[in-house]
Ligand binder design. Structure first.
Ligand code: PHE
Length: 339
């Protein structure tokens, strides 16, 4: 009898199975209610006393070996199923859902429009393909005016009257044609200039231009509005206006913001002066108002315009304007936390 049990032990040890059913059949065969083990246990009372001890030990050994075999085979089966991807690794973290991010140009554009909408400016938009009137002539830039050269223009070859807008001042002309003062509007949008592409300039970029027209609008209003803007956007409260020239404004100025000279970067980006140029501005030329059917004797106004890329480069310390258009995820992913 003991030899028979030992034979079973050897058999259990040799046993192998690849499916759940095989393992279950094996378990029932040995460990089930009517299984081999229980048969031996039932036999116990018939075993002669002097053999009882050895018999007990061998039967218990068979029980342990069978139980361990079943556990081992079950684990093995799960492992191979996992490897085959039946369950996958259940302890792995879930597939991460990637959160997108806004483009830095959109972030800065939204910030600028928000700042101006808080003081009553609305947002106006217009076509990227413009006619000569809205981009040039109405803005006091008649044909052959030398200042047209300031803005290297892409013309549409088949029609010299149609071009890609070189600034969003064209939207302001459209807005004045369609609306009566008081006017407070900003025009964000994409503009085009035939310039060589480098780290500093691109042939496609974005602008926000602003226009304010009402009775008795003065240069002081312009200055105060821009000061408010620079405080809001940069947290800087020192600006200076340098005399400049634009055909559509008179007088005209370039706005510099005092950036500071605290860090090495400050030195580098301000070329050691502490000042940074951020936009152009001026009082709307009476000719422009007249071109848009607004009486310059009754109304006056100011306008300003800035490049979004330039401001984004300052805010985020971006060294190369081309980064904005390359759609490199390593660059874009850095703006995830911003709105
Ligand atoms: N339109 C000018 C440009 O594109 C900017 C500007 C707008 C300057 C309004 C003065 C007033 O450079």
């Amino acid at each position: 009898m003991i030899d028979k049990i030992k034979g079973h032990i050897a058999e259990v040890e040799r046993f192998n199975a690849n499916t759940k059913d095989e393992i279950e059949a094996f378990r029932i065969q040995y460990l089930g209610k009517k299984g081999i083990l229980n048969e031996f246990f039932a036999e116990f009372k018939n075993v002669p006393n002097e053999q009882k001890k050895e018999f007990g030990q061998v039967v218990n050994e068979l029980k342990t070996v069978a139980q361990e075999k079943v556990n081992f085979l079950k684990e093995e089966l799960e492992k191979t199923q996992e490897e085959k991807g039946v369950y996958g690794d259940l302890s792995r973290p879930a597939e991460p859902v990637e959160i997108g991010s806004r483009h830095p140009i959109s972030i800065v554009r939204n910030q600028i429009t928000e700042i101006f909408s808080n003081i009553g400016f609305n947002v106006s938009e217009g076509p990227e393909m413009e006619d000569d009137w809205h981009n040039f002539t109405a803005l006091n830039l008649p044909e052959y005016h030398p200042a047209r050269d300031m803005q290297d223009t892409f013309f549409i070859q088949t029609d010299p009257d149609i071009l890609l807008r070189t600034h969003t001042s064209s939207v302001q002309v459209r807005y004045m044609e369609e609306n009566k003062p008081p006017i407070r509007t900003i025009s964000p949008g994409r503009v085009f200039r035939n310039e060589a592409i480098s780290a500093r300039s691109h042939c496609i970029f974005h602008q926000v231009e602003g226009l304010y027209i009402d009775k008795d609008v003065s240069f002081a209003d312009l200055k105060q509005t821009i000061l408010y803007f620079t405080k809001q956007l940069f947290g800087k409260s020192k600006i200076r206006l340098r005399p400049s020239y634009f055909p559509f404004t008179e007088p005209s100025a370039e706005v510099d913001v005092y950036w500071g000279l605290e860090t090495e970067t400050d030195y580098r980006i301000t070329k050691g002066t502490g000042w940074l140029e951020i936009m152009g501005c001026g009082m709307v030329d009476p000719n422009v108002l007249r071109n848009c059917n607004i009486d310059p004797k009754e109304y006056s106004g100011f306008a300003f315009g800035m490049g979004i890329e330039r401001i984004a480069m300052l805010l985020y310390q971006i060294e190369d304007i081309r980064m904005f258009y390359e759609n490199d995820l390593r660059f874009l992913e850095q703006f995830k936390s911003a709105l």
